[in-house]
Design a protein around this ligand. Structure first.
Ligand code: AMP
Ligand code: FE
Ligand code: FE
Ligand code: ZN
Length: 289
């Protein structure tokens, strides 16, 4: 049996969040958990930052876990679409500029959410939140503040009652245009991938239109395997990826306790992402100009 065949049977997870954004496990804990779970590679794809990858690099090397640098950017199209970027170079000036802009944009929105909460007697101090949670603060962190203030039992209830669109503490973000996100990931040498395509409630025509539109800006792949996707849904997405010559990727979107039903590697229980998909991505990296 060749080395590659052995690796093909190994599971990987190309969509993982850490405390560097809205996950609940530190980058180091995620690496250890991936090793314990028997994964042979993971991509840390935090929202808007590569810091989790940087923190986890050394420990991953110690455990011989292959660690892929990644990122996830929320973008605006007709609806809010998430773009993953693999192997981005975080030192690239355009990417740094755009990521800094996202953090500034989050800060403005987050300070307003803090004001709304404080008006209702909930102790949401943004400076303290930044010290505690780091640079990338999102609604899941506000969910924790609400739980600690006794306003919600768990993250789900906090979103349902207060943070989902239309609820009291929801404020919209001013998102990056999808074209720019795909382009800036490519500019930094990264591989842009359309994240969890079935989350957007697009029919087949609109989904393919979205894929073609993103391809004009450099899209390279589609996340076809994802927590909770049925085999036929994955097959449907794989067919689209093949039709357009795009990479097939997959990952759990693990967030730890923020989404307790999702497990690292196995997603909702039946996710299996083979190592061969990462090999294909690495090959594509060499092939694209
Ligand atoms: P933000 O970008 O700050 O508006 O927050 C968006 C993040 O909130 C997403 O990345 C999800 O991780 C998380 N999120 C959204 N809805 C829910 C939900 N119902 N339960 C748990 N987490 C959620
Ligand atoms: Fe998230
Ligand atoms: Fe996402
Ligand atoms: Zn994600």
């Amino acid at each position: 049996m060749s080395k590659n065949t052995i690796k093909d049977n190994q599971a990987i997870d190309l969509h993982v969040h850490t405390t560097a954004s809205d996950g609940s496990m530190t980058p180091e804990e995620v690496v250890k958990s991936a090793v314990d779970t028997g994964l042979s590679a993971i991509a840390i794809t935090d929202h808007d930052t590569i810091d989790g990858f940087i923190q986890a690099k050394d420990i991953a090397r110690t455990y011989s876990l292959e660690l892929v640098p990644g990122i996830e950017i929320s973008t605006k199209y007709h609806t809010n679409i998430h773009i993953l970027g693999y192997y981005v170079n975080h030192m690239e000036p355009q990417l740094r500029y755009e990521l800094n802009s996202i953090i500034e944009e989050r800060d403005i929105r987050n300070r307003s959410i803090c004001k709304l909460m404080c008006n209702d007697g909930i102790p949401a101090d943004y400076e303290i939140m930044k010290l505690r949670f780091g640079a990338v603060i999102g609604r899941p962190h506000f969910a924790r503040i609400l739980i600690e203030a006794g306003r919600a039992e768990d993250v789900q209830e906090a979103f349902c009652k207060y943070l989902d669109k239309g609820q009291k503490y929801f404020l919209p973000r001013n998102l990056m245009r999808i074209e720019r996100a795909v382009e800036v990931i490519r500019c930094s040498g990264g591989i842009p991938v359309l994240a969890h395509p079935l989350q957007y409630q697009l029919d087949d025509d609109l989904l393919q239109e979205l894929v073609r539109h993103c391809m004009d800006w450099g899209l390279q792949g589609i996340e076809c395997m994802y927590s909770g996707y049925l085999p036929e849904q994955t097959q449907y997405l794989i067919a689209i990826a093949r039709r357009y010559g795009l990479l097939i990727t997959g990952g759990s979107d693990f967030h730890g306790i923020a989404k307790p039903w999702i497990h690292l590697g196995s997603g909702c229980g039946s996710l299996f992402v083979p190592y061969s998909l990462l090999d294909q991505m690495k090959q594509r990296r060499k092939d694209i100009p």
